[in-house]
Design a protein around this ligand. Sequence first.
Ligand SMILES: *[C@@H]1O[C@H](CO)[C@@H](O)[C@H](O)[C@H]1NC(C)=O
Ligand SMILES: *[C@@H]1O[C@H](CO)[C@@H](O)[C@H](O)[C@H]1NC(C)=O
Ligand SMILES: *[C@@H]1O[C@H](CO)[C@@H](O)[C@H](O)[C@H]1NC(C)=O
Ligand SMILES: *[C@@H]1O[C@H](CO)[C@@H](O)[C@H](O)[C@H]1NC(C)=O
Ligand SMILES: *[C@@H]1O[C@H](CO)[C@@H](O)[C@H](O)[C@H]1NC(C)=O
Ligand SMILES: *[C@@H]1O[C@H](CO)[C@@H](O)[C@H](O)[C@H]1NC(C)=O
Ligand SMILES: *[C@@H]1O[C@H](CO)[C@@H](O)[C@H](O)[C@H]1NC(C)=O
Length: 895
Amino acid sequence: MVTIIVLTAALFSAFTYGGATTLRLDSSLSGTWKVRNANGNIEVPAVVPGGIYTDLRAAGILERDIYYRFNDIAYRWVSMENWTYSTNFTVEEELIEKQELFLVFHGVDTVASVYLNDEHIGNTDNMFVRYSFPVKSVIKSGNNELEVRFESSITAAKERYQQQALHYPVPPTCVPDEYRGECHANHLRKMQASFSWDWGPAFPSAGLWKEVVLEAFDEAVIREVTTSATLSDNTWLLNVGIFLEAGEQVLKVYGKFEARLELDVDPVAKEAVLLPDEPGQFYTTLTLEIPKEKVELWWPNGFGSQKLYNLSVDVKDRNDTVIGQASLRIGFRTIELIEEPVELGNGLTFYIKVNNVPIFSKGSNWIPSHVLPEKSAEPDVIYDLLSSAKVAHMNMLRVWGGGLYESDLFYQLADEMGILIWQDFMFACSLYPTNNEFLQSVKKEVTQQVRRLHHHPSIIIWAGNNENEAALRDNWYGSGSNYSLYKSDYIKLYVDTIRPAVLAEDSTRPFIVSSPTNGIESEREGYIADNPYSSLYGDVHYYNYLADAWNPNNYPTTRFASEYGFQSFPSLNTLSKVSIPSDLSMQSQFIDHRQHHPGGNNELRIEILQNLQLQKYATPEEEFPTFIYFAQINQAMSIKTATEFYRRGRSLHTADGQGSTMGALYWQLNDIWQGASWASLEFGGKWKMLHYFARRFFAPALVSPSVTSAGDLEIHLISDYLEDKETLLTVSVYKWNSLTPINETSSTHTLNKASVTKVFSKNLLDHLNAAGCSEYAVKSCFLHFSLTTTSGDDISPDNFLFPGSLKELIDFEPANITITYVKHGTKANTFEIDITTDGVAVFVWLEINGIAGEFSDNGFLLVTPTRTIEFVAKEEVAREKLQQAITIISLADVY
Ligand SMILES: *[C@@H]1O[C@H](CO)[C@@H](O)[C@H](O)[C@H]1NC(C)=O
Ligand SMILES: *[C@@H]1O[C@H](CO)[C@@H](O)[C@H](O)[C@H]1NC(C)=O
Ligand SMILES: *[C@@H]1O[C@H](CO)[C@@H](O)[C@H](O)[C@H]1NC(C)=O
Ligand SMILES: *[C@@H]1O[C@H](CO)[C@@H](O)[C@H](O)[C@H]1NC(C)=O
Ligand SMILES: *[C@@H]1O[C@H](CO)[C@@H](O)[C@H](O)[C@H]1NC(C)=O
Ligand SMILES: *[C@@H]1O[C@H](CO)[C@@H](O)[C@H](O)[C@H]1NC(C)=O
Ligand SMILES: *[C@@H]1O[C@H](CO)[C@@H](O)[C@H](O)[C@H]1NC(C)=O
């Protein structure tokens, strides 16, 4: 079911070569590939596109899943070898007669020399670049032998580091020991996280991770088509850029160009003789004019629909032979990054406007879905992860700079789902070299990637790097002793190379140099702000594992929180897939191995103990399930607290200029393997408790209670809707020992559009006393909030507030919760699970061991005697099997 949708989507953006004859050298089509190591004692069949770990695993040289237990270490030898990929392919005489023959590598990971019929035809050293090698003089009719000789990326990175260090070293010299990783990733244009990260293993891969194509043609081939739609008065101007490639000796290309839009407007066409911009590179544009009223706008998730239109482009030669065609799905929307003075006090706003509507950006951060690049674009995995983001009301994901420029499919799905993409360039947590060769390679990378991604309406901002402004300012890597040297390198790379390369291709989107950054204030301060974490400018990354994360007063205000997070462990079920039973304890070597964040497991325990009591278990193995449950509760509660704080901050405007918060992207959406991390989705797609919480705390309308540092209970109504709504707010005070509230008050309020309204403020203890709570009010009572329309329809998820720490609760009676019935729902693979309880239950957690799917709610506070939860299974499953596999627990079960 899922796959069909994906396959359809995959067709939406397609290029064909028309007049060119192409031979795809994929192993599934034309060729048999082999891969061997340097001394030849290993030689196995290879798959292209693919990679060495996948090939060795398929051949049985690697005996188990690469993620099993300690295999990241056990299989590290693979990345120390130099591998050679080779194939033989047959070329017909007819191809040889064409004017041009190019061998095009769409993705090579990473440092390699390419040989055709034993002749060296080129080198590669940037996995984000497409390489086209002219091969007319080398290729022959009949059999041809192609070899791609890779050098271990570990040794290549080290050599480059040493070469550079002859002048001065470019740090960091290595990752922390806890990462169990490899050094000097910053010296290679390779997925930086493939050398390890604080949430992921090192698998420094090698291979041809994207297609290899032989192109034979006479005139030129179509390489990219870019589009940008800008609104001018009442007309959309759709600018279509067409990029052609020809042999370097070609001095002009004659072409007939036509663009048609699937809308009732005339196509545009022209004939032109193009001169090269650079040797072999030709460019032309067409502009379609479309009356505004004919266009249905593209909106982010939650603001309207995601209307996409087909655009097709044809290029023909003098004889009307089609030499290239492209079809793209495009959307019409305007986009701005607003940085202007705030009403009160100092600073500048920092927010996105789409179609003139200010958008509070809600979402998370995206990391590669697999450490092996060839496995990072599995259609069903990408579809599943992005769908999980969409149903949690996310409207933005930041594609983080230590991973990959994602697949075409990723961005097509983001277009279809209305998920705005904040796109980092792939530079993260490091200083980078700036020798001429490196900068030229980066320029090519940026140019190609911006052209490839240009037409996607979902992409709304380009960002130069992740955290490198802060790293320089705060001397993370010992660069402080020669600050001006490294600062000048920083400017060379991001300001003088990447920025102009981006702006030359795309004038329609904002470019920010770093994240976090103070935006134009950073630029005013010479690109390295005094305090890149200023609450008055730009975006902020915020991590604090020592403060009580359930207390909103412990978070600093910001204009835009682009990263904040807390760790947890994935479920036992997910961990069990790559471990043995004795690994499953906080004391095991395995769990230590999977925790890359220095001191992470201790921090996790300390965080948990701030708000929950962890009873003494006889053995660490017995404690482990509870520890996971508590870590997930802590993560969910902490990020709930932070996110609601940021959302309330939208209408905060202090006299000194703080507030006007317009973004909350928690770290991180997805996982790269099964281990401790900040993700809300486990490897494999299972929702952690946080993801269920996210679906509530990101809801378009939300009642959000909080207690100020002065002890006042405040209730805010948050709305992302674009119109006012009349609502009924019900505040109930419960004792922990009864399902009947001791006090319930209701009031009507206008839920003001696109803002946050404070509707209640009163001393919390006074309120509890008046409601009839005992002198132990804080510990014996809690508050429950519901917001409905005045006619009682749902408009906001319920919310709650625990006035005291959950470590000590008075009169807390463990509830008896039972699953009374599981029946088929109305839709395929859906089930309704009826739950009854005789008491209040908190963090009620359902799991269905071994059956993938999502619940309509989970980790919830149960204050009604019965509740029905829906479960949507990802595949067909018998009702009885599901009923048997289901478990339910709540906090009381482990207190
Ligand atoms: C748009 O293109 C897609 C993919 O090529 C095609 O399936 C669809 O029918 C087209 N839609 C229209 C309205 O032409
Ligand atoms: C791989 O190639 C590099 C560069 O030629 C060389 O220094 C290294 O010794 C080779 N490693 C192996 C295992 O063959
Ligand atoms: C290609 O052909 C050569 C010569 O026949 C042979 O030695 C080699 O093994 C072949 N390579 C592959 C990948 O089949
Ligand atoms: C175009 O047509 C002319 C005359 O028919 C022919 O000589 C020429 O080879 C053709 N060119 C191409 C590129 O097919
Ligand atoms: C900074 O680096 C430059 C270039 O290597 C060098 O000339 C200069 O002496 C260094 N300064 C310090 C303080 O190390
Ligand atoms: C409920 O609490 C409010 C204070 O919030 C108080 O004014 C009201 O009298 C209480 N109602 C009852 C029935 O106790
Ligand atoms: C749960 O059941 C036990 C045993 O029947 C009973 O003692 C306890 O009071 C029940 N809990 C609640 C909250 O009613």
